[in-house]
Design a protein around this ligand. Structure first.
Ligand code: VAH
Length: 332
């Protein structure tokens, strides 16, 4: 029997449920939403209890495996959220190692959330897609919103299918489900997960630790990337936009910058001139080579005013500042 740990009064008013609150995006989005809406109104849910003291102490937490539909409905009936952010998924590299579970979690988890939202009257659902929906035959430069999409990873296939189902639930049930095709996300609050773009998180940790870094992608592998602050802004700008402005109900292309391992290394070396990086491409190189090098996010800019704030050097300065602070207080 799943147990829950509610560290604050049972929320009233406009509750928000974040599923996958313990992940890279979930940790940061939960914190941001609690800043905006009040900690007791944002319920963090994950299959594992939070390691992060900040999440555990700051507001309501529920143990939830999104594959357990009865438990999901129990949590939604208890809190009656107006919004559900469904972030739980296996990322690209991890899903390639466990394809059937990757498909089950990414797809059945989404169906459980969409059906529960329709059945139990949730007003809005957010579900993240990814540039992984593009494949080896997709134009790699300034990849358009509508184009050839033949993903060749389990993760990408599940995200492409999920986008089409989100659009179907909007058309058939009027469910206000919204989605963004995130590029690689980089933040300082969590360690790298099972993503192909996570070299760009790990490299900062190694620099601050005074260690050399062995990169699993080649030095000239360009990928679309985004600082977590921009990803949070985009997510909330999208969710706060008037429904009439949302013209794309599959998922919006979203961009900020593109860089290669060589370029992020040079950006870090502005602070750590002695920092050394070597390159040992592994199986994740094939995944990266199937993805775009840059994204055309004109639709997001037109429909709901998307405008990124962080460049590579501005992100590096902020990442290193926060990681050094974490080392100083001994939490890193
Ligand atoms: C991954 N970080 O690497 C994720 C992301 C665009 C990549 O979806 O799997």
């Amino acid at each position: 029997m799943a147990t829950s740990r509610t560290s604050a009064a049972t929320p009233s008013g406009d509750t928000i449920l974040v599923i996958g609150a313990g992940g890279q995006l979930g940790l940061e989005l939960t914190h941001e939403l609690r800043q905006i809406y009040g900690a007791s109104n944002v319920v963090a849910a994950d299959v594992r209890a939070p390691k992060d003291a900040e999440t555990a102490e700051a507001g309501p937490f529920e143990l939830l495996d999104v594959l357990d539909k009865n438990r999901l409905e129990e949590v939604i009936r208890q809190y009656k959220p107006k919004q559900v952010y469904h972030l739980a998924a296996l990322l690209s590299a991890t899903a390639e190692k466990n394809p059937k579970f990757g498909w089950q979690l990414n797809m059945d988890g989404l169906f459980h959330v969409l059906d529960a939202a329709v059945d139990l009257g949730v007003q809005q659902v957010y579900w993240p897609s990814s540039i992984a929906v593009f494949g080896p035959d997709t134009p790699r430069q300034h990849t358009p919103q509508l184009t050839i999409m033949n993903p060749n990873t389990v993760y990408g296939i599940s995200k492409l299918a999920g986008e089409q189902w989100c659009e179907w639930y909007f058309r058939k049930h009027g469910l206000d489900v919204r989605s963004l095709r995130y590029p690689g996300l980089i933040g300082y609050k969590s360690l790298p997960g099972g993503g192909t773009t996570d070299y760009a998180v790990d490299i900062y940790h190694k620099a601050v630790a005074g260690q050399a870094y062995e990169c699993f992608l080649s030095e000239d592998t360009y990928l679309p990337m985004m600082y977590m602050s921009d990803a949070l802004k985009a997510t909330l700008d999208l969710m706060h936009a008037p429904a009439d402005n949302i013209k794309v109900r599959s998922s919006y292309n979203l961009g900020a910058m593109s860089f290669s391992p060589q370029e992020i290394t040079a950006s870090i070396q502005r602070h750590y001139p002695e920092f050394q990086v070597s390159y040992q491409p592994d199986q994740r190189q094939q995944i990266a080579d199937s993805w775009p090098a840059s994204i055309d996010d004109t639709k997001a800019r037109q429909d709901w005013g998307w405008q990124p704030q962080f460049t590579l050097d501005k992100m590096t300065d902020d990442m290193l500042l926060h990681l050094r602070q974490a080392v100083a207080v001994g939490v890193h």
